[in-house]
Design a protein around this ligand. Structure first.
Ligand code: FES
Ligand code: FES
Length: 171
């Protein structure tokens, strides 16, 4: 066993695990962050998707010893109130069926929206292609990503308007 300190959801998290322990098990078993799921263990399903320095990554394929100071974000760290536009859209459209794959879906979708705030259907399908859903919720996932883009866009428009009316946006 070796001691590592991982930066997870903005906090330093000490873990004492074998060097080759996948990040997935450090998150779930050591830190109790069980929102990240085990699906296949071979990088093929996307259930374990987290962000590493803002990029989607398969936690089942990342040995803890390889992470260093990179910042890990899990579904639990996406939004303090669980009210990220994707989480709002997922609830509004009842996207999940069994739910097992959905934290991975949301983490991949989040990375997509950072890169493309208004993604086309083709961009959504390409970005989400590595996240499998045994319940085949793909149509609702695509609708959820589009709805989240609208929610995020409306929220940023509202905050820009509020800043303008209070003068905060002026130089
Ligand atoms: S559990 Fe990691 S990709 Fe399937
Ligand atoms: S909602 Fe059941 S696996 Fe995706």
């Amino acid at each position: 066993m070796s001691k590592y300190t991982l930066n997870v959801n903005g906090k330093a998290q000490p873990v004492d695990v074998e060097a080759d322990t996948p990040l997935l098990w450090a998150l779930r078993d050591t830190m109790g962050l069980v929102g990240t799921k085990y699906g296949c263990g071979v990088g093929a399903c996307g259930a374990c998707t987290v962000h590493v320095d803002g990029q989607p990554a398969r936690a089942c394929q990342l040995p803890v010893s390889s992470i260093g100071k990179r910042k890990i974000t899990t579904i639990e760290g996406l939004d303090a109130r669980a009210a990220h536009p994707l989480q709002q859209a997922w609830q509004e459209l009842d996207v999940p069926q069994c739910g097992y794959c959905q934290s991975g879906q949301i983490m991949s979708a989040c990375a997509l929206l950072k890169q493309h705030p208004h993604p086309t259907e083709a961009q959504i399908d390409e970005a989400m292609a590595g996240n499998l859903c045994r319940c085949a919720t793909y149509v609702r996932i695509r609708a959820g990503v589009q709805r989240a883009a609208d929610i995020a866009s409306a929220a940023s428009g509202a905050s820009a308007a509020s800043a303008a009316s209070t003068g905060k946006g002026r130089k």
